[in-house]
Write a protein that binds this ligand. Sequence first.
Ligand SMILES: O=C(O)CCC(=O)C(=O)O
Length: 274
Amino acid sequence: MFSSAEIGSYRSQGYVFAHGLFTTAEIDRLRKTAKADHELDAHAFGRDDGEGGSVRLSLWNHPVDDIYGMFSRNRRIVDRVEQLLEDEPYHYHSKMIMKQAVTGGAWAWHQDYGYWYENGVLAPNLCSVYIAVDPATHENGCLQVIDASHALGRLTHLQVGEQTGADPERVAVIAERLPTVYCEMQPGDALFFHPNLLHRSDQNHSNQDRWALICCYNARQNSPYKEGRHPAYTPLSRVDSGAILAFDGATTSGRRDSFVSNARDRETQTISGR
Ligand SMILES: O=C(O)CCC(=O)C(=O)O
């Protein structure tokens, strides 16, 4: 569980690391499964990043009895998210960010709540958990966050043609006043971050993939007031800490109906010319 100092850090900075949250054996299992998973691949979609690259991801709404569910339903994550939300968390969605070596695309500065607000979510009481599947470094386009930017509240997100991101004029000023932090991580490390925290990442010009599983949770009392792309409150069946290695490799087919494959998903649209 998070200590009170770690919870304080999340409240003041908008994020908190849990280094080594998952062991090498656990994350190896996830990586091997994901990189050979035809269903995950078949449901992946991409968007141009406006810089000659493309972001690629696969996104699903409901966790099931598969290796991804053993992570997103794992008490090591969900119990911690409960501490941060101070409410019962439910699974809002998960996504595998498949930032591939050499050609992996960039993500524009944005706040997750910039999009989720549009889905009828009233309060920014959600939490995203970035789990490093591959090493994430400066070279392969690790996540960058603007320290304490969550305290600025939700910014306007603008569309430029087909692309969407936080208002670039405002982001430029914010980036001058608050430090940008490069979140370099090892496989198995996790970053818990607030939905109003500004974040982005660069293209991957290295020879090393930078895949990440991002699990997003909403608070039960913050269930959206209207139907949107992601579910309303649905009880989350937590699994014990040991469930990842104990998992017997059952079918992933239950997830199929839950994939969100809309290539025009606003959450993947970016602004060029950052
Ligand atoms: O993985 C990244 O670099 C960014 C992903 C992201 O910002 C998102 O999924 O909202």
